[in-house]
Design a protein around this ligand. Structure first.
Ligand SMILES: NC(=O)C1=CN([C@@H]2O[C@H](COP(=O)(O)OP(=O)(O)OC[C@H]3O[C@@H](n4cnc5c(N)ncnc54)[C@H](OP(=O)(O)O)[C@@H]3O)[C@@H](O)[C@H]2O)C=CC1
Ligand SMILES: CC(=O)[C@@H](O)[C@H](O)COP(=O)(O)O
Ligand SMILES: [Mn+2]
Length: 392
């Protein structure tokens, strides 16, 4: 078995740590060469001691200083880089052949672009990158001849379902848990707190994606992600609420045969598959016991109670700079909700208003996308302020 050298962007987060658990299970197959995080220097210090990467980076300068000091005191000789430059250095590290993109948010875009430019293969968890700049990323992937494999559970499922299949005219069926508020009324949704929204019924994930799951924005982002990963039109992608999160997604082929991928809600499986593909490595994670399931149920999503899903689909169909704007506004609104500055239903309101005010660009280059993202964030911040003033 050849050893794969991996760099991880966001190694201290939910996906990052689970990637390292996969490394622990397959130390002969996977070697960690570079790690990056935002500010959690204590966790990155422990990871550095255990995995002995050749380079580490932190976005936050205070965190980087603390980490460098601690490494120095413990006589560990590893360079520490800082800021976006540091993330890019990790993503393009000369020893890395694969980059696991596990940061949260569009901050992952620039390092991912640099990694592809340098011929690195990508194991993509950071869906916001593909949402903001799908056309650009997929063109670069083709041009550079690198692979970009999905880590996101639904996309991993679809990727597994389509192997060696004739996918012409196939329909993708993305499953969604429905989140913690699946059966809430609009009135109830207006009153939910961040604590309520952070209680995902099936998955333990970072805060941003957990809120996106509660608004169903996560599923909207995933439809756009699927559109780019599998090169299908929006009218061939369906979303189906499946509260048990056992079927991770399905594909309906032209002959009406439906292939589904099943498993326990455990991200280590799709992470491992993105790193082992085309092989399947052994796992020691808990097994799905079909006899314990009390039922697999499905229902249509409700776009009225969960307008974020509709907004994401609208942005995806508009294409150009709109998905980056929708995503940037959503990141700001989710952050404000987590800081208890706005209500749950203010999230889609702010995203909608930001999209309405955007001056659309048809075929944006990277600089246009970054500009649109920046504009969206500033506009959304002003909307957060207005929303707060109105509620006082
Ligand atoms: N968690 C899951 O099960 C799934 C996640 N995903 C996607 O994977 C990505 C990561 O999600 P998740 O692991 O849950 O998120 P977490 O919040 O758990 O972790 C985020 C990671 O990114 C780092 N980070 C955050 N902001 C920055 C920044 N500005 N600069 C550099 N590093 C940063 C964090 O560092 P620090 O710890 O220092 O703050 C941390 O290492 C997201 O795009 C998400 O949508 C997709 C499918 C499933
Ligand atoms: C684990 C994973 O892939 C998440 O994106 C998950 O899908 C979130 O759950 P929802 O189906 O509730 O969005
Ligand atoms: Mn997912």
């Amino acid at each position: 078995m050849l050893t794969k050298a991996i760099a991880i962007l966001g190694s201290t987060g939910s996906i990052g740590k689970q990637t390292l658990e996969v490394v622990d299970q397959h130390p002969q197959a996977l070697q960690v060469v570079a790690l990056a995080a935002h500010s959690n220097w204590q966790e990155l210090l422990e990871q550095t001691k255990k995995y002995k990467p050749s380079l580490v980076a932190m976005m936050d300068s205070t965190g980087a200083q603390e980490l460098a000091q601690a490494l120095y005191e413990q006589a560990i000789d590893v360079p520490v880089m800082v800021g976006e430059e540091g993330l890019i250095a990790v993503a393009t590290h000369e020893q890395a052949d694969t980059v696991v993109t596990a940061v949260s948010g569009a901050i992952g875009l620039r390092p991912t672009v640099s990694a592809i430019e340098q011929g690195k293969n990508i194991a993509l968890a950071n869906k916001e990158t593909l949402v903001a700049a799908g056309a650009l990323i997929m063109d670069m992937v083709k041009e550079k001849g690198v692979s970009l494999l999905p880590v996101d559970s639904e996309h991993s499922a679809i990727f597994q379902c389509i192997q060696q299949q004739d996918c012409e005219q196939a329909r993708l069926i993305l499953t969604a848990s429905g989140g913690p508020f699946r059966d809430y009324s609009l009135e109830q949704l207006k009153k939910v707190t961040a604590e309520d929204a952070l209680r995902h019924p099936n998955w333990r994930m970072g805060p941003k994606i957990t809120i996106d799951s509660a608004t169903l924005m996560n599923k909207g982002l995933e439809v756009i992600e699927a559109r780019w990963l599998f090169d299908v039109d929006f009218d061939r992608i369906d979303v189906l609420i499946h509260p048990q999160s056992i079927i991770h997604s399905m594909v309906e082929f032209t002959d009406r045969s439906v292939i589904a991928q099943l498993g326990l809600p455990d991200m280590r499986l799709p992470i491992q598959y993105a790193l082992s593909y085309p092989q399947r490595w052994e796992s020691c994670w808990p097994k799905l016991d079909l006899t314990t399931l009390t039922g697999l149920t499905f229902q249509q999503p409700d776009y009225k109670r969960f307008p974020a899903l509709e907004l994401a689909l609208e942005a995806g169909r508009a294409d150009g700079s709109m998905p980056a704007v929708m995503n940037g506004a959503n990141e700001v609104a989710v952050h404000a909700f987590l800081q208890r500055k706005i209500g749950f239903m203010d999230i889609p309101k702010i995203v909608k208003e930001t999209m309405n005010r955007h001056e659309w660009v048809a075929k944006p280059q990277l600089a246009h996308i970054q500009e649109a993202d920046q504009w969206a964030r500033e506009f959304a911040i002003s909307m957060v302020k207005l929303t707060r003033e109105d509620s006082e």
